[in-house]
Design a protein around this ligand. Sequence first.
Ligand SMILES: Cc1cc2nc3c(=O)[nH]c(=O)nc-3n(C[C@H](O)[C@H](O)[C@H](O)COP(=O)(O)O)c2cc1C
Length: 374
Amino acid sequence: MNTKYSNLFESLTFKNGITIKNRVVMAPMTTWSSNDDYTVSDQEVNYYKRRVHGVGLVITGCTHVQPNGIGFTHEFAAYDDKFIPSLRKLADAAKSGGAPALLQIFHAGNKALPSLTPNGDVVSSSAVETEATAFAPSVLPRELSNDEILEVIHAFGETTRRAIEAGFDGVEVHGAHGFLLQNFFSPFFNRREDEWGGSLENRLRFPLAVIQEIKKVIKNHATKPFIFGYRISPEEQGGYGIEDAYELIDRLVEQDLDYIHVSLDDVSSTPRGIKDIKTRLELILEQINGRVPVMAAGSMVTADDIASALDKGLSLAAVGHTLIMNPDWVEKVQNGKETEIKTAINTSQVSDLELPEKLWGIIQASGPWFKIED
Ligand SMILES: Cc1cc2nc3c(=O)[nH]c(=O)nc-3n(C[C@H](O)[C@H](O)[C@H](O)COP(=O)(O)O)c2cc1C
């Protein structure tokens, strides 16, 4: 290994005592590939097994905690105990490389797919129409009632219990990408006038209640250390900016989490509307100031990209696209073969990549999302 990459291979011990062998994390990535009954498919199992040997930590794609929280087609489910055997299958695959594995849990909120939710019901903090995205249509969601909010909080706890029973080493709450947790924090989408909306304190109430519920479940059900992380988007398109996110971050820091995960398109991007020469990542690292380990994802492709982010104080680098294209990314760097890291998917090598058919279909249909070459 080239010694300039030695910081990638430093171990990290979470506050709960779990140690991971290096700083490279498999980013949470949906595969759109469950069976029709939302159980984990064999193709998904093979996809994970192919990618989990080198990384220090594995995070699964998101799974919905309630039936109306589904955000993607063929997204494996975790909203009922009947899914525990399926989750166990995924936990076994995700842990098969020796690294701890976390289940990413979420509710898609106003980005849920009406074609897949019971009775087409789409819920959010408030009834504010959404814009269509690449994966979800424009909808006018229904505002959750107080009782329903308490049910969602309970559902996050129940899904955490299932993650424990299925053998996962932790959970990551997906509070990013405009899904339900963000629908509550967002002053744009949250127009409520009760205790769940309005002031900053009220908009934070739902995310913080979900965290409390999960902590309670971990305390009552986990028989060994269990990792608990929380993913955020530091800015919202048309909504909150990075300075608002600092408030969220500060409150998350107080929650005694194992890490905070910042989802960025690009770790070298700068914040919207702020004439600052610092990147979003640098600003967030300054804000957190070593109070909790920070994970970030966003266009880290080469070993140099990760080494330089770690040098800035990042604790953990989550990699997405590059791990899809290079299942042995870590091994390549470890063996001094970083020049062999591919930046495109070669169609003749798709079977070696163990890409589930549906994921490969999405990749091919998604234009510039991935570079494909013949
Ligand atoms: C195929 C694919 C599926 C994704 N699914 C999820 C997901 O389920 N949950 C999530 O938080 N982010 C998801 N993401 C975002 C990634 O976790 C990551 O933040 C993003 O791809 C940027 O990192 P990268 O540039 O290394 O790919 C997905 C990304 C890709 C490419």
